[in-house]
Design a binder for this molecule. Sequence first.
Ligand code: SF4
Length: 754
Amino acid sequence: MTTERVAFRTCPLCEAGCGLEISVNGSEVVRIRGDMNDVFSKGYICPKGSTLKQLHEDPDRLRQPLLKRDGRHVEVSWDEAWEAVNSGLTEVINKHGRESIGAYLGNPGAHNLAAMTFNRVLLTAIGSRQRFSASSVDQVPKQVSAGFMFGTPVSVPVPDLDRTDYLLMLGANPYASNGSLATAPDWPGRLEAIRARGGKIVVVDPRRSRTAESADEWLAIRPGADALLLAAMIATVFESGRAEPGDHLASHINGLEDVHQALAEFTPERVEKQVGIDAATIRRIAIELCDAHRAAVYGRIGTTTVSFGTTASWLVDVLNVVTGNLDKEGGAMFPLPVAASPTTRGKKGIGKGFKTGRGKTRVRGFPEALGEYPAALMAEEISTPGAGQIRAMVVVGGNPLLSTPNSDQLVAAFESLDFMVSVDIYLNETSRHADVILPPPSHLYRSHYDLALLNFGLRSVANYSEPVFELPPGVPDEWEILARLAGIAQGLGADANPVAVDEVTIRSLVESAVRDDTCVIAGRNPDEIYEALSSPANGSLRGPDRILDLLLRIGPFGEGFGANPDGVSVAMLKRHPHGVDYGALVPRIPEVLRTPSGKIELAPPELLADVPRLRDSLSADPEQVLLVGRRHLRSNNSWMHNIRVLVKGKPRCTLHIHPDDAARLGVIDGAPVRVTSRVGSVVAPAKITDGIRPRVVSLPHGWGHSQPGTRQSVAREFAGVNSNVLTDHEEIDPLSGNAVLNGIPVSLSSVATA
Ligand code: SF4
């Protein structure tokens, strides 16, 4: 007989990181609900959180490796799978060299402790510069602008939601996404609290999203024009004589006058036609921002996945600075993550700064950013012959054939590969091309700590989750899969030992920490630190948990290997299953800076150099029909579509279209509409709504599950169409390499139905 027990765990599905209370009976999940005692989420969850149960039980979720034989995927033993990986990768490396191996890391890895600690080990072992990830269809522009301005790509200011009086949000829909690059559970509740205390929320979005509906004001911008709007607001602030960063920043800024000079020409009157918001409104919002006691400007996916992604991201923070709201309570503040991060390591207040372009793509010489090349250029790197051509791909937790630009081109490229291995829980639109699929165990078998996203936390919170279930015998943990793959890539053979890879990894991290003069364990004996981490007294930690323990203990609240006995460690967090809250955001200028000057670089040359292109954009045709994406609370990019409870109901993959445009086309609600871009064409049912600007249409991303050879029976039932058939691989933000997924020029036509 088994008895019911309760496990506490942080939800790994999105950045909000809500606490879950999971009731289990033996190996069964009985129910999942919000953890009322979680220090950050206090019981809040969204509809996805409880579906970890369905995900765990999903019969389509892979439990055994798959090998492609005669064009079909068949289940094989782990030994057989590793043999196939070893021979496939080794053959390509021996024939064509390491540069012929490409790697793509998907978005779920950012929410995954094993991936956060061992993906880098894998990439290093592969030894190729052909690295791609979901970052370049998402947030990399914000990281690039933060790097140039503040010194590291994780120095991203976040809106201090819980204390602000005025929030200007551009291209963000936290009612659907739960917030992003600004980690906090229950964004909707936090936004409602702003209004309840008399504050104001203004949402800038081509669509009247759920977030816009709940705001005080919705400004229906033309897609892709955020940088122009922000430039005009900044010009207004200077012109009105109100540009005042505040005493707290006065001696820590370079380039204030340079920004003034560069942006003065972008008056509201000059940009209003392109932006689609009248000049008087632009001026009014700019002045409201200046006058608000505590205000924050926050830009997200709609500002980064556009042609001016990095420039718009830069201008968000310039506006925060010139209105006196950077690094101020209730303004835009720098998080203080609990685990050691680039903003808490090294010398305080100064650093090497940030660079892009340390490598260039083979085919068109596009510069790297954050050690990666643009996902939009992956297809040409695979398809274009010559030295360094990608012949094999390693894909970890990603579905780029649905989530990156010009899917048809990328499908053809993947079909030409000599070898491919996917680490994935599903046989999906991308992994169907793999020769071998290595499935990690369900989330409930793994430990968890949000190592990446807590870098953007609205509070300094630490929350460690132990596995809910013990792994069944013979099933490797996710980190063991990644470590063994790394060993094979390194040339250690099919039986490469993940434990040995783990040992080398932790030893090298410890060595680096004790060599760092600024680290709390500087100069200590590395063997002693290694023992303290690995000993039975410390729980015999291994793999990601041991790496996490090191990062926690040398972090700003860390136990410091004896220096601060009450400080944080994995052992301490195990005693606090609801997490530990180290408090609200605190001012961090100047210690947070890692620029060579030790100042905020308000006018980085790389960004000033983009101003002429911004000027040129004023001549674009304001009547062109543009496509934007959208997200739904029950969706999570291209995955979670195999969970029936999340996808059932009215079809969601519809084309939102304004009544005027529908009338011009002669289509009625539900009628099929053909959408055609430079690179492709799809047909989707119309959803006529006045919640979108005229001459803008919207399709959600992540759909298109009708490809042959997949094993996602529910997703196939609710297939929808793939919006990335329409996105253009040639349209890239030149500063970051991010794809343009919003503001795609399209034409529309009605489709005759029989
Ligand atoms: S908001 Fe995000 S973290 Fe919270 S329950 Fe939903 S999916 Fe999970």
